[in-house]
Design a protein. Sequence first.
Lengths: 313, 192
Amino acid sequence: MREFRVRVEAIVPHGSDGRVREFALAPLPGERLPAHEPGAHLFVHAGPAINAYSLLGDGILPDRYRIAVQRMDRGGGSNWMHARVVAGDILTVAGPNGTFSPVPDARHALFIAAGIGITPILAHARAAVRWNRPFSVIHAHRTPDPPLLDELAALAGDRLVRVRHRNALREAVASALRCQPVGSHAWACGPAAFLDWFLDEGQRAGWVPERLHVEAFAAPVQTANEPFTVSLRSSGRRIAVPADVSLLDALDGAGVRLPRLCTRGVCGECAVRVRAGTPDHRDLILGRDQRATASVMYPCVSRARSAELELDL
Amino acid sequence: MPPLTHPAAADDIAWPPRTSRPEWPPSPPALPPGATAWTLLSLGSPSGEPLARWRRDLAAMTPQPPASVVEIDREALDGWLALLPLWFAAEAARNVVGWRIAVAGEERAVLAVAAAARSAGLLPTEMVLHADVANGKRVYCPSCSAVTDAAGDDRVRCGGCGRLLVIQPHCSRRRGAYLGTLVHEAKEPGDA
């Protein structure tokens, strides 16, 4: 993934609680910003972390990138973005990429945004308006003045359904999933627990996995780990991965350095092919339906279900 | 980077190479669970066995999804196929996502329905297809774009432009038809 630098052109606070700030990022003089698909995210070197932020534009000949950063108050990259970055600063970014892409021949698009999950949905709605593709949007929010909702409402008009709170969202989505025209696809962005529910509910409503698209707005929460062993196909060398060390770090320790960027299962840079054994996929790149058959794994977050994995290294 | 999936790694291509010619197993596949509604089509199937099997599959599901059944016998098939695109669009319009189709019978009819379904927005994973008799092929003419029913497997004269076409072992899922290529018919020496 190409890294490049951008200049922070403007910072706009959203909402009354100040938790979300929008950053407008401009190319350096003489440079151009890469185009991207609607729903793509940009990796931003944000102090202690490299965070992925959805781009608000539809990606056609972008003269600016817009991202909206919600402060998480966990001392991570989003806090750094709020506390340290001022207009005129130069940021290092990479991408854009992502798998939350439109399906051009979808007969209808159902977009679902929970909270700050509005960011990639805004890009999708913008593209749907530009290309005159039929769509509808369900947006859920808790605060009275949710970020970017005015902009989404202006694009979507009466195609927007606004709901408050979790149960109302689930009710609205459950009923929408049961009345979409044949050939529809659905895209949802929100907290991981909501997305899990959305995939299950879609399946209950008879949707095949290919029609359901999700983008989580936070890296997955890592669960308890077990130690395991990997062997390298080229040399037969075996490397132990302790419970509290990622596979990527264990490989580093053994002198096997893979490319990387986010180290949180989002960017896909550290992909490695698995030759034997069963990986425990914990990334956000592989869809739930792809995990059983995927021949690659992302060692920054993923581990092993079998005691040993053979890697194509 | 797009995820790679196995089993067929890109460098492990089976020999002989696959063609796009469909292959049908001897017995119809089972209907998968998960759909909210089915349309079952039996189109000139000589035995009717696929439809019977699929009805048993549905009866064994809980809850049992609603199904509508379309049975067209061999004599009526050509007329039905002529109206298929319109019929299918109407059928798709009165259904919603969650609907699946299962189609059995003559290969040309199964492929034609699959093409109409694809055009209506269904994905391959939302169709169960099973041809239990060949009975000719639909052949696409690359010269005039007409699709002609061929009785045999070898050659057909295009119903659109009259050219003689060789039927190739290449089947377009989108058109539901095999590719025809032009035969350069024997000419007298000295003809231009």
